[in-house]
Design a protein around this ligand. Structure first.
Ligand code: FE2
Ligand code: FE2
Length: 165
């Protein structure tokens, strides 16, 4: 399965989960927490798996100036920081909704950049076969068993590029 398609699938699932939060009664903090906890964990794993599997190849094959990659790593840090802010706030409080809203905004903007720039260039430069191999590695990295090995910490964009070129 093409990693570019699999990334799109994940993005759709993220948009749906944020939309699900819209539908929950704001007083039902138990349900808000349950849906948010799954979404936050998924956002973390998705970004870390992209950093482990996708962006090293993007850097070598389809992002010669490294600008797309640096921008993406910076965006992932902003998404992770908003998740951390939400985790420190009381679920359902104004601070919590602010953090969740910031996370959604950063993530929506970031997904657009991946979908309009990173993935199109990957499709142009990397063969279907290689994208299919990457897709398998991407899905394996996100499984419950293997995702514990992913690095979900913030990363310096310049250091990330230096480490993978
Ligand atoms: Fe990303
Ligand atoms: Fe993504």
């Amino acid at each position: 399965m093409d990693i570019a398609d699999l990334v799109l699938n994940d993005h759709h699932r993220q948009r749906q989960a944020f939309a699900l939060l819209d539908e929950i009664d704001r007083k039902d903090t138990e349900k808000l927490q349950a849906v948010w906890a799954d979404l936050a964990a998924f956002l973390e794993v998705h970004a870390a798996a992209e950093e482990a599997v996708l962006y090293p190849v993007v850097l070598k094959e389809s992002d010669p100036t490294a600008e797309e990659t640096k921008d993406a790593i910076g965006d992932h840090n902003k998404i992770r920081d908003a998740i951390a802010r939400a985790s420190r706030a009381v679920v359902g409080s104004e601070d919590w909704w602010d953090a969740v809203g910031d996370c959604r905004k950063e993530n929506t903007e970031h997904m657009g950049e991946e979908e309009d720039e990173v993935l199109p260039h990957l499709r142009q430069e990397v063969s279907v076969q290689k994208r299919s191999e990457l897709g398998l590695a991407f899905e394996a990295a996100k499984t419950a068993t293997q995702s514990v090995h992913l690095d979900e910490s913030d990363k310096d964009p310049e250091e990330f590029v230096a480490a993978h070129t």
